[in-house]
Design a protein around this ligand. Structure first.
Ligand SMILES: [Zn+2]
Ligand SMILES: [Zn+2]
Length: 137
């Protein structure tokens, strides 16, 4: 993921590319960890030459979600997690470490009644990841 890609994504979504916005998007696209805002704040500030405030980060995440270039993962965990992959994919959520993993596969067959309009869909599989289950033995 290079600089031009993130700038292009911002411009196509009608977002003025600033140093902060570009960096936040770049950091988020560079991880598959589905970070919370607080985790992302730490990651962004490690990568940044200038300090990025919590308020800037939260406002930027909200803007990105509103513009549809990132999604807030519907995980039922108490903190919101964010990811840049806006296409549908199932998640596996570990109840021990609370990490969210991307799962390959298709949407389960569901028949939506005629006249119903789908706005979004989400598929969460809850369980314990490999790492956590090996710790339990
Ligand atoms: Zn785990
Ligand atoms: Zn995901």
């Amino acid at each position: 993921m290079n600089q031009t890609d993130t700038i292009r994504i911002l411009q196509e979504a009608d977002i003025r590319p600033s140093y902060q916005r570009n960096l936040i998007l770049k950091v988020l696209r560079g991880t598959d960890r589905h970070p919370t805002a607080e985790e992302l704040l730490e990651m962004v500030n490690q990568a940044s030459e200038i300090a990025i405030s919590r308020a800037t980060l939260y406002n930027t995440l909200q803007l990105f979600v509103d513009k549809g270039i990132i999604v807030q993962v519907d995980s039922r965990l108490h903190e919101a997690h964010y990811e840049p992959n806006v296409t549908f994919h199932p998640h596996f959520i570990c109840s021990e470490c609370k990490r969210i993993f991307d799962i390959q596969g298709d949407l389960p067959i569901a028949s939506i009644p005629a006249g119903f309009k789908v706005h979004s869909h989400t598929l969460n599989i809850n369980g314990i990841c490999r790492e956590c289950s090996s710790k339990k033995v």
